[in-house]
Design a protein around this ligand. Structure first.
Ligand code: PLP
Length: 403
């Protein structure tokens, strides 16, 4: 089928939940994707921070095929070897003691909230149910994760939301200090806000939140769905801050493109879940875990994370150079290969023009261009993206001057 036909049928048969660019992506290889007309794009969206080890990484592909030949699905009524192996790898390379596997970021956040509430109850905290999250946060679209999300635009039309959540300004320790009380079960934060606009909190803030939680008997949950698995130049973003949370939520890059999510928790919190408390039919599915094992082996074994830190620094500096040249660039921020460029003008048009020129990026909250390429991106790929971006920014500048 031709691209236009596929788009027309999709518009007819799918629910209209996404505002999509009119291309059909049919193939991927490393940092590149191709559309149904054969046009090639440098992919700096990477499935929104999913394809960390590149599209169709051969090791991940082989692991999935090999597993599919042996066992594609098995219930959690039985033990699953790849699940055990992935849990062991995650535990061995983190500050956490146990894992629970699910299928998506929202599901990981939901599970983290449930685990925190269950733990509070197990400690006799009958009234400790409140979750404090941040303004501008994003935690997913299921009802609990949606309620935790601190952006009203996502709530509209879905009320009533879940009970027991409140929101405070991000990166504001005084506000957090005022909010945590004897009803607080947990504080839930992203170590760098992704969908909220690539907002990087200070080290003092996250360390201060950890101290407040410890002093008042609340748990700290970090949502590392977007920041995790090397994206920021460390396996987990909390490592930059010298803060160890009680629970983290993971998904996105964990399966190298295969859907999988996870909750990791420290003891004694992790053991608050007992048989029957939480479950997922597909959670920890053999295929997803085989993909996760292959991805984690690559991330840890090939220095992709150190590479992401180094090329990310270069990319950020080059983006910051552009600030002086274009008056409508307000800020460049982020860490590793999770970078944002805040504009004073809407960014949608820039995204479209970059797409036309063969570069995929996206825009969050109208004015922040987001760059989250695969972690295997090279300096040459980054220079290639910058050439296209600069060409587009030049056009925008010229048009603004004429107007
Ligand atoms: N948490 C964060 C920080 C995210 O960025 C996202 C998705 O963008 C989610 C949770 C939800 O993940 P999913 O779309 O896999 O449910």
């Amino acid at each position: 089928m031709r691209q236009n036909e596929i788009i027309a049928f999709a518009d007819r048969y799918l629910m209209r939940t996404y505002g999509r660019l009119p291309i059909v992506v049919v193939r991927g290889d490393g940092v590149w994707v191709w559309d149904a007309e054969g046009k090639k794009y440098l992919d700096f969206v990477a499935g929104i921070a999913v394809n960390a080890v590149g599209h169709c990484n051969p090791r991940v592909v082989e692991a999935v095929i090999d597993q599919a030949r042996r066992l594609m699905h098995c219930s959690n009524l039985y033990y699953i070897e790849p699940q055990m192996r992935l849990a062991r790898m995650l535990v061995d390379n983190s500050a956490f003691d146990r894992a629970f596997f699910c299928n998506s970021g929202a599901e990981a956040v939901e599970g983290a909230i449930k685990l925190a509430r269950k733990y509070a109850r197990s400690q006799g905290g009958e009234d400790r149910y409140e979750i404090i999250a941040a303004h501008n946060s994003f935690h997913g679209r299921t009802l609990g994760a949606l309620t935790a999300t601190g952006q009203v635009k996502y709530h509209k039309g879905f009320e009533p939301l879940a009970a027991g959540f409140k929101h405070v300004p991000f990166n504001d320790l005084e506000a957090m200090d005022a909010a945590i009380n004897e009803r607080t079960c947990a504080v839930l934060l992203e170590p760098i806000q992704g969908e909220g606009g690539i907002n990087v909190p200070s080290k003092d803030y996250l360390q201060g939140v950890r101290r407040l939680c410890d002093a008042r008997g609340a748990l700290l949950i970090l949502d590392e769905v977007q920041t995790g698995m090397g994206r920021t130049g460390r396996l987990f973003a909390h490592e930059h801050y010298g803060v160890v949370p009680d629970i983290i939520a993971l998904a996105k890059a964990l399966g190298g493109g295969f859907p999988i999510g996870a909750i990791l928790a420290r003891e004694p919190v992790a053991s608050a879940f007992t048989p029957g408390d939480h479950a997922s039919t597909f959670g920890g599915n053999p295929l997803a875990c085989a993909a996760g094992i292959a991805t984690l082996k690559l991330l840890l074994g090939e220095d992709y994370i150190g590479h992401a830190a180094r090329v990310g620094q270069y990319f950020k500096a080059r983006l910051a150079d552009l600030m002086g040249r274009y008056p409508f660039i307000h800020d460049v921020r982020g860490r590793g290969l999770m970078l944002g460029m805040e504009l004073t003008v809407p960014g949608g048009d820039i995204v479209t023009r970059c797409r036309d020129e063969g570069l995929l990026i996206n825009c969050i909250g109208q004015k922040v261009l987001r760059f989250v390429p695969p972690l295997i991106v090279t300096l040459e790929d980054i220079d290639g993206a910058l050439i296209i971006l600069t060409r587009v920014l030049d056009e925008v500048k010229k048009e603004a001057e004429k107007a």
